[in-house]
Design a protein around this ligand. Structure first.
Ligand SMILES: [Zn+2]
Ligand SMILES: [Zn+2]
Length: 241
């Protein structure tokens, strides 16, 4: 214990720790991966929000209720929830994990989840399905960021990496309208498992934008016989920002 503590201090002196988001030097021994300023900028998603899709309401008064969009077209998932607003340091950390394969940022994500929510993140269903990438995208990037983050947050034996497969390589969703996004992801997923389907699963992704991808993946899971699909993302874009 003392030995590992000394090694941590020596490591900090040789490679001074830096904030995983803004890069500012942290005091030694750091004991954290983010500076205080970045930590204070992080916004958790707080009620009131839509009890189905989790979209926070513009008015901070009142209770959770179903939003107009979910009333009009009920999503295939039971409920979607996100931990943080996709902005500031959270956005930076997710982007660093996704595009720079940054292990320091990956562990910083785990740190902010543990500090804000404790563990386990989800105590319900015993099966966590990371949102898959199409093979071509996986080869380009070299890894699936949703799988990497899921393995930081959930016990390894809960995470099923091959149950859901992305069979159509959808275009990047950025810059597409909601209708175009829905068309873009239609029929993109297949589900594979041996024996009986699990009763409920948790679909896990990095960012919830319009929910079109989560909805399409949930539709495929439901069609395969899984009764209950919940969605959890580390972050979500919030329209009222
Ligand atoms: Zn910082
Ligand atoms: Zn909703």
């Amino acid at each position: 214990m003392i030995r590992s503590f000394l090694f941590d201090i020596l490591g900090d002196l040789i490679f001074p720790p830096r904030c995983a988001s803004c890069g500012v030097r942290l005091p030694v021994p750091a004991g954290t991966r983010l500076c205080q300023g970045c930590k204070e900028e992080i916004q958790a998603v707080t009620p009131p929000f839509c009890s189905v899709c989790g979209e926070p309401f513009r008015s901070r008064a009142g209770i959770n209720r179903t939003c107009g969009r979910c009333l009009k077209a009920r999503p295939c998932f039971k409920k979607a929830r996100s931990l943080f607003v996709y902005a500031g340091p959270v956005k930076e950390l997710v982007r660093r994990v996704k595009f720079n394969d940054d292990g320091h940022a990956l562990k910083a994500l785990r740190e902010i989840v543990e500090e804000s929510f404790g563990r386990p993140v989800h105590s319900g269903g015993s099966v966590v399905i990371p949102m898959p990438l199409h093979r071509t995208r996986l080869i380009e990037r070299g890894f699936n960021q949703s799988l990497r983050i899921a393995l930081q947050l959930f016990p390894r034996d809960m995470v099923r990496r091959s149950m859901l497969k992305r069979v159509r390589n959808t275009l990047s969703q950025t810059g597409l309208s909601l209708e175009d996004r829905k068309r873009n992801v239609g029929g993109a997923f297949v589900v594979r498992y041996n024996g009986h389907p699990p009763d409920e699963v948790l679909l896990f992704d990095d960012v919830f934008t319009t929910g079109a991808t989560a909805n399409e993946a949930s539709r495929a899971l439901r069609r395969s016989g899984i009764k209950h699909v919940d969605v959890l993302t580390i972050a979500r874009t919030v329209r009222w920002q």
